[in-house]
Design a protein around this ligand. Structure first.
Ligand code: C2E
Ligand code: CA
Ligand code: CA
Length: 549
């Protein structure tokens, strides 16, 4: 090395932050190196570190095929110093030395680590550490191809945690993340059965069982279900949650990831709608029902963006059992869509609740109902107007303010308003609800307990909440004139309610015999087709109010 001098360039090359060295053309023995190269490699120069560089360079010059040994930007990993280098090389001819090779080399370890980290981020879920959707995209291609080649089906499971929102709402997001992490690490243990789990974002997971492991699928499903029977330890609390699972086979139910995801999604949707906490296998007949659901969701979103176009309120009268005079009307939402036709509240209310659109719909009914209430009370048609509330409206922080604002806007007398709530609202969080209901009562609004007798806690509600009216569900009324058991139930509810100073309203009264029996038992109010079906405001004003009042 000593006989080689780079002349005037020496000080310059020593001052730059790259490794620079010159070698003999064929042996790659070093004949010059700058000071930073010497510093880094001095200990190892004769040892394995440079040995590796040397064989790498030999390889490169063979591979590059370039006669002058030029190559640019080759990455080299040195296992001895655990670093990555990027090397550029060129054969040059120096006047006194003939042909030599000049190399520059950069330490790119940080850059490579960063890239690896980025790659990990793009292919793995940051909360659970499981591979993500992108990785699934890559893996699925192979798995489905192998299954096709062997003419055998693999299985895909889609797992959705039931009521995951509750964890976040009750304990905070940190706990939600802890739960997801635990579920993620449990699911990763399924690889012992040959299954690969993926995090799908939020509370959704996907499990891919290649065809070669598909005979383990029973065991896999059993393991998942029994794990969810147990609780999860979230720091200082134990939490139990169920999961809904949808399954589909590939390539049988779909050979592209998109179509298969659609199938498992349908299955899990069905599992949820059948009461959650279950596994549903995909079946060809799912399609039509689910696409109807999607159509309704889409149409509802469009309508909400469009001032609730197509929605209107129908009103059904509630009469005094004694006098048959109209006391009140119940506001019932209706929806007529230009393509889907009339969609009933039993179909669209649950969807509105699931999607959160119930807040817009609920406010619409409050405004419409209170506007009509003001007009009709002023004209002496009715004393009260009943409006149904949904639990999502009630739990909203600004619910009471919204109610007060609409009362102000419409000028309605709050004493003429009745809010109908179901016991599912009442028992949601009985203390918080009690507080809200009390606030409503303070404004002057009365509360009716709707669908009384359909749940399990109706009696508790009567005892614990400041109610004004109990509405007996239609199922007790249907056979009240010929079934002694129903008669006894109705009689007991009337007695009990009157003891608590509550009025009783019978719903769904269709026949005169029912009316007679109910009146004799002391029921206060009657609602049903016998007196009137729900009708739009105009029809009711023109036909009904004009005749009965
Ligand atoms: P609901 O509150 O129990 O309303 C009474 C339901 O019984 C209405 O059905 C009404 O049309 C029906 N009905 C009344 N009398 C009779 C009768 O004699 N025979 C029969 N067969 N049915 C009768 P509708 O209008 O289809 O509403 C269904 C449910 O949708 C309501 O049950 C209520 O839970 C919900 N709903 C309707 N409008 C609203 C709303 O504005 N907000 C909320 N949150 N829910 C609403
Ligand atoms: Ca009602
Ligand atoms: Ca009802």
């Amino acid at each position: 090395m000593s006989d080689f001098s780079i002349g005037d360039f020496g000080p310059l090359l020593d001052s730059i932050p790259s490794y620079v060295f010159v070698t003999k053309p064929d042996s790659f023995d070093i004949i010059y190196s700058n000071s930073i190269f010497k510093e880094h490699f001095s200990d190892n120069l004769k040892g394995s570190c440079y040995g590796r560089i040397k064989s790498f360079l030999a390889n490169q010059s063979q591979q590059s095929g370039s006669s002058d040994g030029t190559f640019g930007g080759a990455d080299f990993y040195c296992g001895v110093c655990d670093k990555w280098f990027q090397i550029y090389g060129k054969t040059i001819s120096l006047p006194d030395y003939g042909e030599v090779r000049l190399y520059t080399m950069e330490d790119i370890t940080d850059k490579i680590e960063y890239e690896k980290e980025m790659e990990r981020h793009t292919l793995f879920d940051s909360v659970t550490g499981l591979p993500n959707r992108k990785q699934l995209d890559i893996d699925f291609q192979d798995v489905v191809r192998y299954a096709e080649n062997d003419n055998q089906d693999g299985m895909m499971l889609f797992l959705d945690i039931d009521n995951f929102k509750i964890v976040n709402d009750r304990f905070g997001y940190q706990y939600g993340d802890i739960l997801l992490k635990q579920i993620g690490s449990f699911l990763s243990t399924l690889n012992k059965f040959g299954a690969q789990s993926y995090a799908f974002g939020g509370d959704e997971f996907l499990i891919l069982i290649p065809h070669l492991s598909v005979n383990n699928s029973g065991k896999i499903i059993e393991t998942i279900i029994s794990r969810f029977d147990d609780s999860w330890k979230l720091d200082d609390v134990m939490y139990t949650t169920s999961a809904s699972i949808g399954s589909a086979m590939f390539p049988r139910d779909g050979s592209s990831l998109g179509s298969l995801l659609q199938k498992v999604d349908m299955s899990v949707y069905k599992a949820k709608s059948e009461g959650k906490s279950r596994l549903i296998e995909y079946h060809d007949t799912f399609g039509s029902k689910i696409s109807r659901h999607m159509d309704v969701v889409k149409a509802m979103r469009e309508s909400v963006l469009n001032d609730l176009e197509g929605f209107y309120v129908a009103y059904q009268s509630i009469v005094s059992a004694k006098t048959k005079q109209v006391e009140s009307v119940e506001a019932l939402m209706r929806w007529k869509h230009p393509e889907l036709g009339n969609i009933g509240p039993n179909e669209f209310i649950p969807i509105a609740e699931d999607t959160g659109l119930i807040l817009a719909l609920g406010e619409f009914v409050l405004r419409e109902g209170m506007t009509k209430c003001k007009q009709w009370v002023d004209k002496g048609y009715i004393k009260h107007l009943n409006i149904n509330l949904s639990v999502n409206q009630m739990v909203c922080d600004n619910f009471i303010d919204t109610v007060k604002r609409i009362i102000d806007e419409t000028g309605v007398d709050p004493n003429s308003i009745v809010f109908e709530i179901t016991e599912s609202i009442a028992i949601k969080d009985i203390n918080a609800m009690n507080e809200k209901i009390t606030q409503l009562c303070d404004i002057g609004i009365r509360i009716a307990l709707d669908d009384f007798g359909t749940g399990y806690s109706s009696l508790n509600c009567i005892k614990d909440l400041p109610l004004g009216i109990v509405k007996l569900d239609k199922k007790f009324i249907d056979n009240v004139s010929n079934n002694n058991l129903d008669k006894t139930v109705v009689m007991s509810v009337v007695d009990l309610s009157h003891k608590f100073d509550l009025s009783v309203c019978a719903e769904g009264v269709e026949y005169n015999e029912q009316y007679g029996v109910l009146k004799d038992m002391g029921v206060d109010l009657i609602q049903g087709y016998l007196f009137s079906k729900p009708q739009d405001a105009e029809t009711l004003e023109n036909e009904f109010f004009a005749i009965t009042n």
